[in-house]
Write a protein that binds this ligand. Structure first.
Ligand SMILES: Nc1ncnc2c1ncn2[C@@H]1O[C@H](COP(=O)(O)OP(=O)(O)OP(=O)(O)O)[C@@H](O)[C@H]1O
Ligand SMILES: [Mg+2]
Length: 819
């Protein structure tokens, strides 16, 4: 018998050290199927990690036989790191990835078996939107009420249910013009993707499932390979993802068993299916809108026979106060199994509640609290700010910049969604996938080279006439019958692309260019950066910085992936999930949506905008199951906090271009009053008439009191839902009450000049301790100290009435007072 190479060999105790009995059972159980269901912070992910490490350490499985699915790439990286920590380099060959990344890996190997090439492009949401837009326009589908986003979400839903074009055709009512039109759109969309050799995000999973089902011999390769499949956050799997797991864990049929196999065979001569472990919490299911199906959890035992179920009940993450609040909120969802989640982490600090007058007021509270926590020794990395919608970030960002809070935005205006980045990515895509005509069309006139829509059409018509690709038609610019200037521009671009493509060839005389070299060739050849820098427009300067940033991203990629190709780079880029922007070392507070926060944990958490219309979101509020799903989202947010939780709201909020009064979220009143300590706006202190302890509920009845209790059956009568919950809870300044309907901000010296779009710049202001300054919002104060230097100069100021604040001198709306 040959021994396996030595791997890290911890005594069993190391792996099980510190785990509670249920956790130990979950780590050591061996059998075909294991389901771990438990509330937030009970160690589900930790158990999964230790289970994998245990399989490797005990030599029950090679790393290559393990497939672990996590919810984000960040979670995958974290899990890999934790496993490496336990078993060392043995973890290298293991597939730990998201559903999407695992499917890309499979498709990159197999796509050529069904009509794609392995250099396929991945369309992100914005790409598919652009394609749908074109189709909707050409079919004039808007006449029938189709919008781009409604089409996009419907297609996505169908794909998540594994309903392809033919499947839809079978279920559609073709005498209904809307169904007929949608079928047309869906078909054209699918054909366009295929022609472009591209998959959209949902395709990655549905096409993999389809491929595994259509090619049993290929499926058998993966079924033989993966002996252990483990899935985190199982409550958020949709039908396509569920089907993928089913296909991968099926037993291998006898005819697909190689004669020389050393694997144990079942009685039929086949190989038993992989062992499957899933962990999840139905209270954290927040992706129903993307087709996630909680039933995947509740029906696990039926679907996977002999499944063992383990329950975990101790929460190791949060203090009891935070946990009690979470339990109190989620208890209002009916149709759930109540869990007895407890913590021995002590009561901990009270939850802090805050009601600001405006979103800026709210943001200022968050910034001030962050500074306080930081002064008390907490690092920025351990703090996170959550919100329901990306639009909320604007106020937070403005205030954070002004108040010198270092922050990182996760998701939202994602780096890779910016026009200039998409342009350069389109250039790279055009190089490796010339069939992707969308990319080539995108870059035709960017940067501007006077190739307008008419010229684009001319190239397109020429390509169709001769049955050649768009790129081929560009190469024959001289035959298009266009003016000399335009002809020259097209020819020049075609040559640039061809030269750059040649540079990717391993056999090219100069050797294969790296990704960053290729990118630089493009940036230089097109004059992309130069043109941005020439305009003098500050926005273009920011764009130029982004271009440079992308070049550094590519350089970093080259460094970490010796020999990595442009395709590898593009795959990476396409898969950068929202949470992946997180780099913890940066020492910055992270800002992210509640959805992105799943699975993560922070010492201090701020949940902002805890208001009706935002949480529950107005779209969800009227949908069946919507308010319950939004409550789960709130539950997810609360349970991210280890030690401190802040819940805040604003009385007035601008949304959709209008400023309107907002109401406290119905979920706030579900938290027992004694767990929350409410604060009032500090800006109102001194000289402003003070506060009156007055409840919002008595001024305006929260929505929760009208009908929701009865309609939703959440067990609260309409009488106790309103005033009682809020009477001492949510307060606002009486002096502001008159401004509710017509909020008029006092004339402000804006930190961004609206006319020029130029940022305020106080770089030249010489400030020293003792100087008196005046601030637009905080009034007058005395500079206490100056920290940092140049652009990062921070003034610590004791304001006469607003207390101590830190301000970024360069951008803060301040003036130096001469005395
Ligand atoms: N037995 C234990 N002893 C000490 N700490 C533990 C134990 N089990 C888990 N933890 C810690 O508790 C925290 C929560 O664990 P983990 O993230 O695995 O929970 P989870 O159930 O996956 O939560 P979520 O539902 O939010 O994903 C982590 O910091 C983890 O290291
Ligand atoms: Mg987890």
């Amino acid at each position: 018998m040959t021994l396996l190479p030595p791997v890290f060999d911890p005594s069993e105790n190391d792996l099980l050290d510190g785990l509670n009995p249920q956790q130990k059972e979950a780590v050591t159980y061996r059998g075909p199927a294991l389901l771990i269901v438990a509330g937030a912070g009970s160690g589900k992910t930790r158990v999964l990690t230790h289970r994998i490490a245990g399989l490797i350490a005990s030599r029950e499985a090679w790393p290559s036989q393990i497939l672990a699915i996590t919810f984000t790439n960040k979670a995958a990286a974290e899990m890999r790191e934790r496993i490496q920590h336990i078993v060392g380099g043995a973890a290298d060959g293991m597939w730990i990835s998201t559903f999407h990344s695992a499917c890309v890996r499979i498709l990159r190997r197999e796509a050529d078996k069904f009509g794609f090439t392995t250099s396929f492009t991945i369309y992100d949401s914005a790409d598919s939107k652009a394609l749908i837009k074109r189709i909707v326009k050409s079919l004039e589908a808007d006449v029938l009420g189709f919008t781009v986003s409604s089409v996009q979400s419907r297609i996505s839903k169908l794909k998540n249910e594994l309903t392809d074009v033919d499947g839809f055709a079978r279920q559609a009512n073709m005498s209904d013009p809307r169904d007929a039109m949608f079928l047309d759109i869906y078909r054209q969309y699918t054909q366009s993707l295929r022609r472009a050799n591209a998959f959209d995000f949902d395709d990655l999973i549905s096409q993999t499932v389809w491929m595994l089902r259509a090619f049993p011999d290929i499926a058998a390769q993966y079924q033989r390979r993966f002996r252990h499949v483990l899935v985190d956050e199982y409550q958020d799997t949709n039908h396509a993802q569920y089907s993928l797991i089913r296909e991968l864990t099926r037993p291998v049929e006898p005819q697909h068993v190689p004669p020389d196999t050393r694997m144990e065979l079942d009685e039929r001569g086949g190989i038993p299916g992989a062992s499957l472990t899933v962990v999840g919490d139905s209270d954290q299911s927040i992706y129903a809108f993307r087709g996630a199906d909680i039933r995947n959890i509740s029906e696990f035992e039926r679907d996977f026979s002999n499944a063992k179920v383990v329950l975990l009940e101790q929460n190791y993450r949060s203090t009891q106060n935070i946990l009690s609040a979470a339990n109190a909120v989620i208890r209002n969802n009916f149709d759930r199994v109540d869990k007895k989640l407890w913590s021995d982490g002590g009561e901990g600090a009270k939850i802090v509640g805050f009601t600001g007058f405006s979103a800026h007021d709210e943001a200022q509270f968050v910034a001030d609290e962050i500074h306080k926590l930081r002064d008390a020794g907490q690092s920025y990395n351990d703090m996170a700010v959550f919100y329901r919608t990306n639009a909320q970030t604007r106020a937070l960002e403005e205030i954070f910049i002004r108040s010198a809070v270092p922050y990182r935005l996760v998701g939202g205006t994602k780096f890779y969604e910016r026009a200039e980045i998409k342009d350069l990515i389109a250039y790279l895509t055009a190089l490796v996938n010339p069939a992707d005509e969308m990319s080539t069309r995108r870059i035709l006139n960017s940067p501007k080279r006077s190739i307008g829509p008419a010229t684009e059409t001319a190239i397109w018509d020429f390509a169709n006439k001769y049955g050649i690709t768009f790129r081929d038609a560009m190469r024959r610019a001289g035959e298009l019958g266009l003016g000399p200037k335009v002809t020259g521009a097209i020819a020049q671009l075609a040559k640039l692309l061809d030269d750059a493509t040649a540079g990717l060839d391993i056999d090219s005389p100069t050797g294969r260019k790296t990704v960053s070299q290729t990118l630089k060739t493009i940036v230089k050849g097109t004059g992309y950066l130069e043109k941005l820098l020439q305009t003098g427009n500050p926005q273009d300067e920011a764009r130029a910085e982004n271009v440079e940033e992308l070049i550094s991203v590519a350089a970093e990629f080259d460094k970490n992936n010796a020999g990595g190709s442009v395709i590898d780079f593009l795959t990476d880029v396409a898969l950068v999930a929202a949470a992946d922007d997180l780099i913890d070392e940066s020492g910055a507070v992270v800002l992210m949506t509640l959805h992105t926060a799943k699975g993560l944990e922070y010492d201090s958490v701020f949940i902002t905008g805890v208001e009706e219309e935002l949480l529950p979101h107005r779209i969800a509020a009227d949908e069946p199951g919507g308010p319950a799903e939004e409550r789960r989202l709130f539950y997810v947010g609360i349970t991210r906090a280890r030690k401190r939780l802040h819940l805040s709201l604003a009385m007035m909020r601008s949304q959709f271009g209008e400023t309107a009064a907002s109401l406290p979220s119905r979920y706030l009143q579900e938290i027992p009053e004694e767990l929350i300590e409410w604060r009032v706006s500090p800006g109102a202190a001194g000289g402003r008439g003070g506060y009156e302890q007055r409840s919002v509920a008595s001024a305006r009845k929260p929505l929760g009191s009208e009908g929701y209790g009865t309609a939703g059956g959440y067990g609260r009568s309409s009488s106790d839902a309103g005033s009682a919950g809020f009477s001492s809870a949510v307060r606002f300044r009486d002096s502001d009450a008159g401004r509710e309907t017509a909020p008029k901000a006092k004339p402000k010296q804006k930190w961004i000049n609206e006319v020029t779009g130029q940022m305020r710049d106080n770089s030249g202001m010489e400030l020293v301790a003792g100087d008196r300054i005046s601030h637009v919002d905080f009034g007058e104060g005395t500079v206490r100290a100056i920290l940092g230097s140049e652009a990062k100069r921070i003034a610590e100021v004791d304001f006469d009435s607003a207390g101590r604040k830190k301000l970024l001198v360069k951008l803060a709306p301040i003036e130096k007072l001469t005395n």
